[in-house]
Design a protein around this ligand. Structure first.
Ligand code: AMP
Ligand code: MN
Ligand code: MN
Ligand code: MN
Length: 299
């Protein structure tokens, strides 16, 4: 373990460590530039990572360049927003061949959807008293990157409408609230098709974070698998060991590969790159054993 690691990295699937396949940069709602993120990953002892910005690969080239100079490996990736049964579901696309095929048009559609959605969210936030909501969210984003709900959350806080980000999501932007606009997103099957068409692996992101029952999570995994999804995040940040073992069973039953990641967004919080619970002993294969990811996994 390098001296710079403050907290030991967990041993992940099959005893491998130093991998984080879910992180964000300033290309979406993360706080660090791709270059800064890669440097932090190196300081944390990571050797392989996927940059999974929301609905974009805009940060990947910079991350790859930075990683190459440090002897690390970056998997091109993105976290696609989709809808399923009225819920906003995230699918991580691991893209060993980069963006090609129908995914190219898919990402253009996602960018347009995010813009149209931001306008709708802005209208709804204006009803809450946030004047010029779109301009205020844009100001919070601090650059031309696509807008997300965190930008509206920060705008609500800056305008004194809510005391903090947590409350902004709880009252106005979280699941089932006025700012939770999903109609613009494609169905799971469409996003999975784009990913497969690009030669990528579709990974259901953080299956424990949708607030569903175990049974409904099973239905989500069924539909995802039927659509051609091949993996799910067994570990996303820190989670309860019993729940993780149970999730491993749900993946195993469907022959899904297991992925893992911190879902890191910004320093100073509970998570850093590589921060996540250890993986349980289980029969589920790590996603880097998928034939399409062989080169990434190689020593
Ligand atoms: P969007 O991509 O616009 O749908 O926004 C979703 C993002 O908002 C997630 O990826 C998180 O980064 C962030 N988020 C979701 N829920 C919360 C919450 N309760 N508190 C803070 N950030 C959140
Ligand atoms: Mn996010
Ligand atoms: Mn997500
Ligand atoms: Mn994420």
């Amino acid at each position: 373990m390098p001296m710079t690691s403050l907290v030991p990295l967990p041993t992940s699937l099959e005893g491998v460590s130093g991998i984080d396949l879910h992180m964000h940069s300033t290309a979406s709602d993360g706080a660090m530039s791709p270059r800064e993120l890669v440097a932090l990953c190196q300081a944390r002892g990571l050797t392989r990572l996927a940059l999974t910005d929301h609905d974009t690969v805009a940060g990947v080239a910079e991350a790859e360049e930075a990683a190459q100079a440090l002897g690390m490996r970056v998997m091109p990736a993105t976290e696609l927003s989709t809808q399923w049964r009225g819920m906003n579901i995230h699918i991580v696309a691991l893209l060993p061949q980069g963006v090609c095929g129908s995914l190219e048009a898919g990402l253009v559609a996602q960018a347009a959807a995010r813009e149209a959605r931001a306008e709708e969210i802005a209208r709804r936030m204006e009803k809450l008293g946030l004047d010029d909501a779109l301009a205020r969210a844009r100001e919070q984003a601090g650059g031309p990157r696509p807008l997300g709900r965190p930008d509206f959350a920060r705008a609500l806080v800056a305008a004194g409408i809510t005391p903090d980000i947590k409350t902004a999501f709880k009252k106005h932007l979280g699941s089932g609230k006025p700012g939770d606009v999903k109609a613009h997103w494609p169905f799971i099957s469409t996003a999975v098709e784009w990913i497969r068409d690009a030669g990528g692996v579709a990974v259901l992101a953080h299956p424990l974070r949708y607030g569903t029952t175990r049974r409904k999570r099973g239905l989500l995994l069924d539909d995802f698998t039927a659509a051609g999804g091949e993996a799910a995040e067994l570990i996303s940040g820190y989670q309860n060991p019993d729940t993780t073992r149970d999730l491993a069973r749900q993946l195993d039953e469907r022959g899904l590969y297991a992925s893992l990641g911190s879902d890191f967004h910004f320093p100073g919080g509970a998570l850093a790159p590589g921060s996540m619970s250890p993986a349980p002993r289980s029969a589920v294969r790590p996603v880097w054993r998928h034939p399409a990811l062989a080169a990434f996994a190689a020593a």
